[in-house]
Structure formats: structure tokens, C-alpha cells
Design a protein around this ligand. Sequence first.
Ligand code: SF4
Length: 355
Amino acid sequence: MNDPIHQPDAGNPVARDLLAWFAQARRDLPWRHTRDPYRIWVAEIMLAQTQVARVLGYYERFLERFPSVAALAAAPLGEVLKAWEGLGYYARARHLHRAAQEIMARHGGRFPEDPAAVRALPGVGAYSAAAILSIAFGRDEAALDGNVRRVLARLFCLPAPGEAALRALAAGLLPHGRAGDFNQAMMDLGATVCTPRRPGCDACPLAAHCRAHAEGREAGFPAPRPRRALPHYDVCAAVIEHEGRLLIAQRPAEGLLGGLWEFPGGKVEPGETLEDCLRREIREELAVEIAVGAPVATVEHAYTHLRITLHAFRCRLLSGEPQAVAAASRRWVRPGELERYAFSAADRQVIAALR
Ligand code: SF4
């Protein structure tokens, strides 16, 4: 925080040139119009794994629906997931919701300013904590996201810098009392000028300080990491129709897509046909027997750590009353009611195919 002896300054030449550039080139983004830590927190959690352009479509709508920590804490999780639907990485929404409840319970509804308390909130990692603390509270904390890591790797010609080395470099450049602007300027520079493939060095305010540029080797830093092939799974989903209603199931709260609704089903086991898989999964998950009918859609989808091919079939209930044996909940809904529930992107494609 600022104090009378250490006034905010532009710091070293790198910070000085970066801040001068930021003063005229900063992107006008809605979360930059506030010092409210709640609004900054929501923005940073959304931005942690999603591009700015995509976050813009969600941020203000989310805040209209949940204008305060108290409103978010009091909302049912299903509504929070619905507001998040399509943003991906749904653990973020679940953590945001749980953290809001903790802020109500432990901090009297005020977003904490103490760094240890901020870092202890569910879903707040090192990057988000540093971003919130510097932007909302003016703390001298360096936030390292992918953009900032790339800029630092190029500035210092580091092909494969470790986390500790990057933290030390960023901390060394941080101008006292201006960390919020510095962090946002680094993020903007990485997103708009020092881009992964074709950095715009001619327009870069840090060109005079950049070792990679001086050596004409900008594209070599950081060194590209070999891509791992993602494992692939075939997954089946049953669109079970009965008396004009469709059966949907809610995934358990934790894990991939936790808390979202889906057409029930699961992973195809080795040697299993798609139809056998569906009958087994529905028996295990909902304790009913079904007849598998015509295919509805085949959807390819990639997550960060795996790829799936989702095979959806129309199905008919043969016997039994569905119970949520291996699901958090289950519900019969009319097709027009599907919009009220949060589904994954892959299931949304199945719904589109149904129409
Ligand atoms: S000079 Fe080029 S490589 Fe260096 S920081 Fe600027 S844009 Fe990135």
C-alpha cells in the first residue's frame, strides 16, 4: 500500500515506458471502470481461462443478475451455473459461489483485503489473488498470466523460465504503488502487441529494453512446448422421452462439468457397442431400463485435458421410475423448459439437433 515515504512512482525504465504506453493505449474494459473488489474479482475469475472478447458477453449480465457478494451467495448454484453457461471451466462458477458464501460467513460480506484471506478463498489462485490485490487494493503484487509470462520470456531471452524466476523478474520490475496499472499494462501488451506468433515489435513501448528483439529472435521465446496428444473417449447420451417430457440428470457437484445438467449417459467401455453402453449407463445412473432408438446427433468436443465424441440417441423408457442413483438429481422437463437449465456446450448441440 502507499505510504508517505514511498509514493507511487513509475519505477524503472521498463515500468516507466510501459505505463506511459498504457496511459494512452489501455483497452476500455468494463471492469476497469470500478474499484469494487467484488466486480474486479468476478472479472479476474472469468479472465483467468477465457479470452477478453468472450468475457465481455458475460460480465455485465452476470453482475446484473448477481450485483453483490450477498446476492451471489444467496443464489441457488443452478442459477449461477446458468449465468456461466458457455464460458466453460465450470469449477470457476462453483468456486465463486462457494467463496461468496465464505465471504458472507467469515468476512461480514466484505471482500477481504488481507492477502492471506484473499488467497484462501475457493478458486482464487496466485494469478487471480495478485490481480485483485493490486487492482482493487493497490498492493504491490505481480500477476503472472500467460501473456505476462511471454513478455517476460522475450524481454529477458528466457526459453523455458520457471515460475520462481518469472516471479522474481516481475517483482523486480513492479513500480511501487502502481502494481495494478503495471499488471494490466503487461496483460494488454501481451494480448495486443507482444502476441504469440507475430509480435508487433515496431509498435512496442519496450522494444528498447527487449533482449529477444535486439537479437531478432522474438518468436523463439518462450520455446514452444511439445503438444501432448489428448486422450479421446466415445461417450453416449440418452434423450429419453416419455409423455411429452425429456429426462435430464444433474452431474455430481464436483468434477468435470460438475453441477451442470445433461442427457444421462457415460463413457463407452472397451468392446461395448454404443447401444449396450447406453443401456448399462442408464441402468447404473438412474435404475431404469430403456430401448435405444435412432441417433440424434454426434458431437465432437475438446476439453483442456481430453476430447470426446458424444453420440446421442432417442430412447424410450421400458420399465422403472428414474432415480438419481449416480446423479445429483434428475427431472422430467418439457422441451421448451430446457432453456432454464445449464448444459455443457456438447449437450447444447444435442438440444439444437433435437429442434
Ligand atoms: S519488442 Fe517485440 S518481443 Fe520484445 S516485448 Fe516488445 S513486442 Fe515483445
